[in-house]
Design a protein around this ligand. Structure first.
Ligand SMILES: Nc1ncnc2c1ncn2[C@@H]1O[C@H](COP(=O)(O)OP(=O)(O)OP(=O)(O)O)[C@@H](O)[C@H]1O
Ligand SMILES: [Mg+2]
Length: 377
């Protein structure tokens, strides 16, 4: 099956990562030098893509890497095995080493080779698996990156994607346990990613929290218009679709350069062109694509608005911002309550403060959607 022209919905590969070169370079250098980093950002702006690309590059430079996505696990045991497997893959070359060992692969030749590859680790700490209690297994998992780094004289970079989920999986106290292991480790650097920015900022930025000052917090830079222009033009040209600067700028104006919304909009425009059998991108097609993209996003936006609607004043404040009102002077209501609603919206990464002190929508398409539906709300 041919791959889609504009990738959507999950991490993108190197050729579709628009303009992150400087940031990727900086991330890679910091991690290989042993610095741990935290990146928090709204949904769908490219955190996982960045992490996977950094790991791919580090691997080619002979560094060990491990990637653990916490959204995928519900128990401490699952999380422990995920960490262990991600670490062991550097030796075994397969993603589920612990399951392979458990399946009795030991008895056949490939199983014996597998055991040989990790025997020294087993010898030192005991093979993880049955008969160990969950805490023991977890403690082993937390030690394993350093054991590997020391034995193989490598730097290992461990990524925890959606790190805030650790609290759901194993409870808040787990953070203290993790930190107590991580802070003394040599040869290991950690990259923590999270889409719940409020929680991530608390975990890493609050003095009372276990991970306070453990990692350098870096903001993910926006993708500059010029980089989008170049990428989008070349993508359409690849399909022999003629574009001009004005239409591309119109697309970016509508999507606000939000990574996934831009990809979605361009994708819908592309399908509209194919359906019409046209090969010139005009403003009419941009409008058709935009209507279709908003339609695709409406269930997502409706769900978000429903959920936000449960918090007092939040919708009132959001509509005010969409209309361009000034928050404190333009909106009716108790200033303290309005402040609380604004804080909720910032921590949920729906709006962000601009350099001029006003608030903008993280997804301009949500703003347009709200304006269209204001009568309903
Ligand atoms: N640098 C980029 N250039 C172009 N598109 C991007 C870029 N980063 C992300 N995207 C778009 O955003 C989508 C989501 O990317 P990714 O999964 O990396 O984001 P995320 O921040 O990890 O999202 P989530 O919050 O769902 O975990 C991609 O499928 C792609 O459409
Ligand atoms: Mg992600």
């Amino acid at each position: 099956m041919p791959s889609r022209l504009f990738p959507l919905g999950g991490p993108v590969s190197e050729k579709d990562i628009v303009d992150r070169e400087d940031f990727l370079l900086s991330l890679g250098i910091r991690l290989i030098e042993g610095q741990s980093i935290m990146l928090a950002g709204p949904r769908r702006i490219g955190k996982t893509s960045l992490a996977l690309e950094v790991l791919r590059r580090l691997k080619t430079k002979d560094s060990y890497v491990a990637f653990i996505d916490l959204f995928r696990y519900n128990t401490k045991k699952q999380l422990s095995l995920a960490i262990i497997d991600a670490c062991l893959e550097n030796r075994s070359g397969i993603s589920k080493t612990t399951a392979a060992l458990k399946d009795g692969l030991k008895r056949i030749a490939s199983g014996a080779r597998l055991t040989a590859k990790i025997q020294d680790l087993e010898f030192e700490v005991g093979l993880p698996g049955e008969g160990r209690d969950d805490d023991e297994l977890f403690n082993y998992a937390l030690r394993l990156p350093e054991i590997l780094a020391k034995k193989d004289k490598k730097q290992i970079v461990v990524v925890f994607d959606e790190f805030q989920e650790v609290i759901r999986i194993a409870g808040e106290d787990t953070l203290k346990v993790m930190r107590s292991y991580f802070q003394r480790q040599e040869g290991v650097s950690y990259l923590f990613l999270g889409s719940k920015e409020g929680m991530m900022n608390t975990i890493f930025g609050d003095k009372r929290q276990a991970f306070y000052r453990f990692a350098t917090i870096l903001p993910i830079p926006p993708i500059p218009t010029d980089a989008w222009k170049e990428y989008l033009s070349s993508k359409y040209l690849e399909k022999r679709i003629a574009v001009n600067e004005r239409t591309i700028l119109e697309i970016l104006d509508l999507s606000g350069g939000h990574p996934q919304d831009t990809m979605l909009l361009c994708s819908e425009i592309y399908y509209a062109l194919i359906e019409a059998g046209e090969a010139t991108l005009t403003l009419d097609f941009v409008r058709t694509g935009y209507t279709r993209a908003l339609l695709t996003l409406s269930p997502v936006f409706d769900e978000l608005l429903d959920e936000l609607g449960k918090v007092a004043n939040v919708r009132h404040v959001l509509i005010g911002i969409a209309k361009g009102l000034r928050i404190y002077s333009g909106l009716s209501g108790n200033p303290n309550e309005i402040k609380r609603a604004v804080d909720t919206l910032v921590s949920r990464a729906v709006i962000e403060k601009s350099s001029r002190g006003s608030y903008n929508f993280v997804e301009p398409m949500l703003k347009h959607y709200l304006i269209e539906k204001i009568d309903v709300y």
